[in-house]
Ligand binder design. Structure first.
Ligand code: AMP
Length: 279
């Protein structure tokens, strides 16, 4: 496994791989099996898998969240090596953003709701980092988790706007045994909170199983009440939206592809999850 920190060194290596399909997996490190499932997806579709580890400061709207973001470089490299990842790119902030000049994107309505509304500037930061990575690596395929469903939609829109050659591939959510969606942020939960966080998955599953008997408003209220009862969990939002437009629906018949999206704060750890209700 090759590890690069410098853009020009990575690029000279990739220059010699022109005949091969390049797969790219961007991460912010603190890797878990969810990330490794993206590496596997890339390995099964491409010849060379490049994984980046970069905690992108401009996608954090709260300094505290950036400062507390887990960083486990040595363990990450070992996990990637065990997964037979070919190339790891670990740039510094200066290497990624030498000019500190950032673009402003308009992703339309998909960028205005949920994470776009609750984390101002977040998707603009995601847009800048992904455009920069695509410019450096020029991958044939890039792999993103459906865990960050809205981010995946934003990246598809970005690739469309850039007329990028990179095909964006969505990969299923990888969950812990109790149903909690794997996340680097789970490391910051206490053992008890991590166990109790199954309430988020259970309550999403409950919507999926029970939606026919209740209104959209009722299932959202029920979700909020149930999750909020689990101290110190506080629901930031629960939305029922169309999986293509990401716009909220008020009645089940307004969409034929319906997804529930939530963000829940457990103390100062913010978790997101989603589940397709029907398609
Ligand atoms: P992150 O390091 O959190 O920025 O995530 C890097 C990539 O891994 C993103 O495309 C995420 O959607 C994806 N990812 C994170 N957690 C999971 C998970 N539990 N299952 C599948 N993909 C995931």
């Amino acid at each position: 496994m090759l590890v690069f920190e410098k853009v020009d060194e990575l690029q000279s290596y990739l220059q010699n791989c022109k005949q091969q399909l390049i797969g790219f997996v961007p991460t912010m490190g603190a890797l878990h099996e969810g990330h490794l499932s993206l590496i596997q997806a890339s390995k099964s579709k491409t010849d060379i898998t490049v994984c980046s580890i970069f905690v992108n400061p401009i996608q954090f709207n709260k300094k505290e969240d950036l400062d507390n973001y887990p960083r486990n470089k040595e363990t990450d490299l070992q996990l990637l090596k065990n997964s037979h990842c070919d190339v790891v790119f670990i740039p510094s902030v200066e290497e990624m953003y030498p000019t500190q000049h950032f673009k402003e994107y308009d992703f339309g309505k998909i960028g205005e709701v949920m994470e776009g509304e609750h984390r101002p500037g977040h998707f603009n930061g995601v847009g800048n980092v992904i455009e920069r990575f695509f410019e450096i690596i020029q991958p044939d395929f890039a792999f993103f988790g459906e865990k960050d469903f809205q981010q995946l939609a934003i990246v598809k829109e970005l690739a469309r706007q850039l007329k990028s050659k990179t095909q964006i591939i969505g990969c299923p959510i990888y969950r812990e045994k109790n149903g909690l969606a794997m996340s680097s942020r789970n490391e910051r939960l206490s053992i008890e909170e991590r166990l109790n966080a199954k309430i988020i998955y259970d309550s999403l599953l409950n919507i999926k199983h029970e939606f026919k008997s209740y209104s959209v408003e009722e299932v959202k209220n029920h979700f909020k009440i149930t999750v909020n009862q689990q101290h110190p969990f506080i629901v930031e939002y629960i939305e029922i939206a169309d999986g293509n437009t990401l716009q909220s629906i008020n009645n089940w018949n307004e969409s034929d592809y319906c997804v529930a999206f939530t963000a829940v704060n457990v103390g100062n750890v913010r978790l997101i999850d989603n589940m397709t209700i029907f398609n």
